[in-house]
Design a protein. Structure first.
Length: 326
């Protein structure tokens, strides 16, 4: 595994809202295999992009659905004014889900390029075809605005022959979630996004992308995002007494177990973080990692969801990052 690209070292905190316990319990108990279409999070017709599907209405009580109020036209913003979180595909017990990475000094164009270039974490992959997109812009305010993505050429309006319909929908969700979570400033809040639809254009005309129509909207986070994600604090070698990592999770009773292991799999540090909530969505969590007594070297940090079923539901979802201790 390789560390992320440059990452903001802290996340802003927000007070989570109350949500339906039924959604959380359903997400925690879901099971499936790791095949390409296992519990495909984008198989419903609405996933292909219904302009009338209002994600902020369906998920209004979840942190990631909190709309970034007052979002302006970002077309001409300087790249250094923004942080982007490109979303990539990874395997979970529930099938293919999206994990985010972070890049600083970003722009909408840079976020799109990052999707085509692929992830830094080898556990992830991208389904967005290389050289298929030319750039992106935003016009309007908040969810009343529109993201516009320029295709490289008209050949990308149709789905390639080696791509399944499920893969095409998931690639579009990568793009939608990535654009909606680009933020201004020097700190990143994973609970914020601008829930505006995404149009695809060629020479100014609205078209499909990979066979998915313009007006694409984000699928609900519990259906499309991994249940745990390490986001901040892992972008550079660490030393001294310890360091702090941050992430998002939807885990039983807000418990987020984590462990630091050697290349051989031996656990050197183990503890638990507590997320800010667990019902109905993903919530921020922070874990201080105590390195006292840990020798310099290469390690892997693994965070997971709690699994009260003992593996009966397919086991916990995990995310891991390479850590260098100096």
């Amino acid at each position: 595994m390789r560390p992320h690209r440059s990452v903001s070292q802290h996340l802003r905190r927000t007070v989570p809202g109350l949500a339906a316990a039924v959604l959380a319990l359903g997400a925690l108990s879901a099971c499936g295999d790791d095949s390409e279409n296992a519990d495909d999070p984008a198989t419903s017709p609405a996933a292909e992009s219904s302009p009338t599907e209002e994600t902020t209405t369906a998920d209004a009580t979840t942190p990631a659905a909190t709309e970034t109020a007052g979002t302006e036209d970002t077309t001409d913003r300087a790249a250094g004014d923004q942080i982007a979180s490109p979303f990539f595909v990874g395997r979970t017990p529930q099938g293919q889900r999206l994990y985010r990475e972070l890049i600083t000094e970003a722009s909408l164009d840079g976020a799109v390029t990052a999707l085509m270039d692929g992830p830094t974490d080898p556990d992830y992959r991208t389904l967005v075809p290389t050289d298929s997109l030319a750039g992106a812009s935003f016009d309007g305010v908040g969810k009343k605005g529109t993201f516009t993505v320029e295709l490289a050429d008209g050949s990308w309006t149709d789905r390639p022959g080696d791509m399944t319909a499920a893969q095409a929908r998931l690639a579009v969700q990568q793009l939608v979630w990535t654009l909606q979570t680009v933020q201004e400033g020097d700190s990143y809040d994973p609970t914020q996004r601008t829930a505006a639809p995404v149009d695809f254009v060629v020479d100014g005309e609205r078209v499909d992308y990979l066979g998915v129509p313009s007006g694409a909207t984000a699928r609900p986070e519990l259906r499309i995002l991994a249940s745990v994600n390490i986001i901040g604090g892992v972008d550079a070698p660490v030393s001294g007494r310890g360091f702090e990592v941050t992430g998002m999770a939807s885990s039983f009773e807000a418990n987020v177990p984590w462990r630091l292991v050697t290349a051989g799999g031996a656990v050197v540090v183990r503890s638990n973080a507590t997320a800010e909530g667990w019902m109905g969505g993903l919530y921020p969590w922070t874990a201080p990692i105590d390195l006292s007594g840990v020798a310099p070297g290469e390690y892997t940090l693994i965070a997971s969801t709690d699994d009260p079923s003992g593996g009966e539901g397919g086991g916990p979802t995990e995310d891991s990052k390479a850590i260098t201790v100096e």
